[in-house]
Design a protein around this ligand. Structure first.
Ligand SMILES: Cc1cc2nc3c(=O)[nH]c(=O)nc-3n(C[C@H](O)[C@H](O)[C@H](O)COP(=O)(O)OP(=O)(O)OC[C@H]3O[C@@H](n4cnc5c(N)ncnc54)[C@H](O)[C@@H]3O)c2cc1C
Length: 470
């Protein structure tokens, strides 16, 4: 891959003239919030922050950078969990924010498609779909800041994957500027389109390394008439999985979310997130947050309790209580951030293997690294948990992270590999997992990924230092 150049003054002047004061800054204070990742682990530098207002502006920037061999880091809401949107520490690149391009272009209830620009925030997509009597089902804890472009580029998952799949299943078409500055106009509403290689699917999950998404057409679904949300105590992860299958048998496809929350995670939320309250009278070792749409959960939960599949349970009796239950789940990452240094792993294993994996891998990590505390929580029904290893309480957190991160993560990934899993379920690779990717995927897969990158971005200008190992 060729060596990149820092942006020449003439290029910066040309972009400043084109983008104007709202679209171009080199001011350190203006750029500062966007040079550190959400978790505060990565700090980067950039020669300028450019904020185009249109796909034509994006083309101008990319064409200029392609000619000059200058690196570009695309950024949406900057909520990446893997440092994907943070520029390299040595700088010498342009940070390209899509946040100004936030229009909802069209909503078609007939086609069941909504077209949003890359900078549109997920919450606004939800609102626009609802205003048309439809629903965009993907949702996640960062919905107030995550953008369409970021969600597409990380193939985000979230809490509705069980029924609707990740972004890959929900994107009907894309508009994107490719690394040579050309515009791919693929905002299709077609359900069927077999004209060879699917560029859209290549761009989904590419983490900005193959081009810049400028807009997406997203699949909509009928609005739900009602939802039923319950918080259930269960004895073990395997009891939780048995409960999921039981509920699916009774309600068909109505169960859309099934989130597993260990007591340790709930305790952190109750300690660090103001205004949260215990959902059950007596704390349970493991908790499940379950949501079913257009179906009542009470009858199957009563039956499940009689069958010994769950302990105590609380059914939300109002929308406010349902939201309060969801807030407990969605605040876990935030609570972890306040609770001290920890190593996060977003991993997947086959669903049937997950209960045993959760208990055996946690025990193995805590035995191998004495004093650590594992919290594994999340999307049990998708075979995806967030596996956090907290630093020993007596350790200096920063020193511990520096000295133990590689060994701890390698150990966790070893356990994941032994269970037939993946080191990245939904957060992507970013700059955090590049070496782990090289160590855990097959040479065949890695070579094909490199060939795709070389074909589309031969100068390596798109999001340098991310995803593919150096
Ligand atoms: C509290 C919290 C909860 C989360 N929960 C989940 C969850 O449940 N499931 C899940 O999957 N993820 C989750 N995430 C992480 C998730 O990946 C992001 O929230 C979201 O997908 C990223 O959107 P963003 O706009 O913030 O992208 P950014 O963080 O800005 O960027 C993410 C990546 O996409 C690239 N990118 C951004 N925009 C574009 C574009 N227009 N074109 C090309 N490349 C682009 C960036 O270069 C980077 O590599 C969570 C994050 C937080 C902070």
């Amino acid at each position: 891959m060729s060596v990149l150049n820092p942006p020449p003054d003439a290029l910066l002047a040309r972009l400043e003239a084109r983008l104007g004061p709202r679209g171009f800054t080199r001011d350190e204070d203006d750029m500062a919030p966007w040079l550190t990742d959400w978790r505060g682990r990565y700090h980067g530098r950039a020669a300028a922050l450019v904020s185009p207002a249109s796909a034509a502006d994006v083309r101008e920037v990319v064409t200029a950078c392609a000619q000059a061999g200058v690196g570009i880091v695309p950024q949406g809401g900057n909520s990446s969990m893997v440092g994907g949107a943070t520029p390299p520490a040595q700088g010498g690149v342009l940070l390209l924010s899509l946040r100004r391009m936030n229009a909802i272009r069209t909503v078609s209830a007939e086609d069941n498609v909504l077209v949003a620009e890359a900078g549109a925030i997920l919450t606004h997509v939800h609102e626009a779909a609802a205003a048309a009597g439809r629903r965009f089902p993907l949702t996640l804890g960062a919905k107030g800041s995550a953008t369409v472009g970021g969600l597409v580029s990380t193939n985000a998952g979230g809490t509705q994957v069980l029924r609707f799949g990740p972004m890959r299943s929900l994107v009907a078409g894309l508009e994107a500027v490719l690394p040579d500055g050309s515009l791919y106009e693929g905002l299709s509403a077609l359900r069927k389109d077999n004209r060879g290689y699917d560029l859209k699917q290549l761009l989904i999950g590419a983490e900005g390394t193959l081009g810049i998404v400028t807009a997406a057409s997203l699949r909509l679904f009928p609005a739900a008439a009602s939802r039923s949300v319950a918080w259930c105590g269960v004895a073990t992860p395997s009891a939780a999985l048995a409960l999921l299958r039981f509920l699916e048998d009774r309600t068909g496809p109505a169960v859309e979310s099934f989130e597993l929350v260990p007591r340790r995670a709930l305790d952190l939320v109750l300690a660090y997130v103001p205004g949260t309250r215990p959902p059950l009278a007596a704390p349970a070792s493991w908790n499940v947050l379950v949501e079913a749409v257009d179906a009542a959960l009470e009858p199957p939960l009563v039956e499940a309790a009689e069958a010994g599949l769950l302990g105590d349970a609380a059914l939300a009796v109002s929308e406010a209580q349902a939201e309060a239950f969801w807030r407990l789940r969605d605040s876990i990452s935030e609570a972890e951030r306040h609770s001290g240094p920890a190593l996060k792993h977003d991993i997947s294993v086959p669903v049937a293997a997950m209960p045993a994996f959760m208990e055996s891998a946690a025990a193995a990590v805590e035995q191998r690294f004495p004093g650590t505390r594992v919290i594994a929580f999340g999307h049990l029904g998708d075979g995806n948990v967030h596996f956090t290893v907290g630093a020993p309480p007596e350790a200096d957190g920063a020193v511990w992270l520096e000295s133990e991160a590689l060994a701890v993560s390698a150990f966790v990934y070893g356990e994941v590999g032994a269970a037939g899993g993946s080191i990245s379920a939904e957060h992507g690779i970013g700059q955090m997992k590049r070496e782990a990717l090289a160590a855990t995927v097959s040479p065949v897969r890695l070579a094909a990924q490199r060939a795709i990158k070389q074909a589309l971005d031969p100068k390596g200008i798109m999001n340098p230092g991310k995803l593919l190992p150096g």
